[in-house]
Design a protein around this ligand. Structure first.
Ligand SMILES: [Zn+2]
Length: 116
């Protein structure tokens, strides 16, 4: 994937209010960065994730939902959890969208940190 082109596509789609396309591109970028992909040279990771998060907020209700990927807000737990139901069954709490995080789409509190 070329994140420069994907970013431009997302930017153009937002400008022309093609929210489904913009959301698809935002999810593709998020996925790319979560897997360690490089950033477009003109953006810091912080700026890029802030922009992706704003697109995700503004396109809510259009297009696809992002994958359920989870990270604990107090430690690095969350690998291997693929649905919200699974997280709740395993004792996670305070699960909320966290589209500005580079590593995952949701954050919460893992059972270990909750009991601490
Ligand atoms: Zn934790």
């Amino acid at each position: 994937m070329d994140p420069n082109q994907t970013f431009l596509d997302m930017f153009e789609a937002m400008k022309s209010e093609e929210f489904e396309t913009a959301r698809e591109r935002a999810i593709a970028l998020k996925d790319w960065f979560a897997k360690g992909g490089f950033y477009p040279h003109q953006f810091t990771p912080e700026a890029m994730h802030a922009y992706i998060a704003s697109v995700m907020r503004r396109t809510a209700g259009h297009g696809p939902e992002p994958l359920f990927t989870l990270i604990c807000c107090d430690c690095d737990a969350g690998d291997g959890i693929h649905t919200e139901e699974q997280a709740i069954t395993e004792g996670w709490s305070e699960i909320e969208p966290a589209f500005a995080l580079p590593q995952a789409n949701y954050c919460g509190r893992c059972p270990d940190c909750r009991d601490r």
